[in-house]
Write a new protein. Structure first.
Length: 128
């Protein structure tokens, strides 16, 4: 599926490279008040994390990730990755999970956060 004219298309592998770069996180923090740019950068990071998780959820097009899809719920990330997505510390993510403000599981003592839950939590943080 091709994106609409004027919409960028990048591979999921490229999204994963960008998601690992601290500069992307800094950009998300810098543009937190510009909803369109923030959402695009967050989707780009989520596409990269999905690719890295090797769940098959990345579509090959970073603009194709749907946060509310069940596929995004199948992609699990660590507290550290969720913190990077949200622009907060891993301790803040763990606290939110313990307090029930963030949907997460803790098998074998390590937090696993569905990507869609982390994205919704980040959206709530951006909304203030």
């Amino acid at each position: 599926m091709n994106p609409p004219p004027g919409e960028p298309r990048i591979s999921a592998r490229t999204a994963a490279v960008l998601a690992r770069d601290p500069a992307l996180r800094r950009l998300r923090v810098r543009y937190r008040t510009d909803r369109e740019i923030y959402d695009d950068l967050r989707s780009l990071a989520l596409a990269g994390y999905a690719y890295e998780a090797a769940t098959g959820n990345a579509t090959g097009n970073a603009t194709g990730i749907v946060i509310d899809s069940s596929a995004a719920d199948d992609c699990l990330m660590t507290a550290t990755r969720a913190a990077e997505l949200c622009g907060i510390t891993a301790n803040a993510i763990r606290r939110a999970a313990r307090e029930g403000r963030l949907d997460a599981r803790r098998p074998a003592g390590r937090w696993q956060i569905p990507a869609a839950s982390a994205a919704r939590y980040a959206e709530g943080l951006a909304d203030g």
